[in-house]
Ligand binder design. Sequence first.
Ligand code: MRU
Ligand code: ZN
Length: 204
Amino acid sequence: MQNNAAKSALIEAGRWVSQKGWVPATGGNFSIKTETGFVVTASGYDKGHLASEHFLELNQQGEITAGSGKPSAETALHLKLYQLQPDTECVLHTHSVAATVLSRFIKGDTLSIQGYEMQKSLRGVRSHEDALKIAIFDNDQDIDRLAELVAQRHQSEPVVHGVLIRGHGLYAMGNSVAETRRHIEGLEFLFACELERIKLESAL
Ligand SMILES: CSC[C@@H](O)[C@@H](O)C(=O)COP(=O)(O)O
Ligand SMILES: [Zn+2]
């Protein structure tokens, strides 16, 4: 995508995701692939009120080519996700309550979801009977190290729709902005359902 179109699409995605309550208190960061690399949000801004000056342009090695301020503190993870899946065009990172709590509640390294029609909102999923597996990684302030763990896991279990960072949030990806938004919305619905199910079952 062309740089200015990418920024406009991310400004719009930011408004939407903020209205959903999924990027509180400057949490979250967004990027879109461009002809020369990718555009990423600058660090520390309210993602519901982005303007064109709140973005940096980076090349395919992750070096800044245009823009001011600091790129997102989590830029290395965006870069890694583009390198792992060449058809990924957009990465959106959110901090919803459901993703944050569920990733802490599940103690292992995988959230397994089955039995929901909404699973079919995710690319390639054909049935509620498919077991949807979302990788969970322990949170780490060392983003390069975290990105390396995602890359290692990808070798045996390819990252397709998104990954959860424990107690932190969701990284969703897709082959367009629209697909990434749909993946976030579908996954958030599934996370909320799972939280409700766990609460009901523990009350029995
Ligand atoms: C407001 S705490 C969240 C941050 O530490 C981080 O996880 C985040 O998502 C936003 O960081 P940013 O550097 O603005 O892209
Ligand atoms: Zn974050």
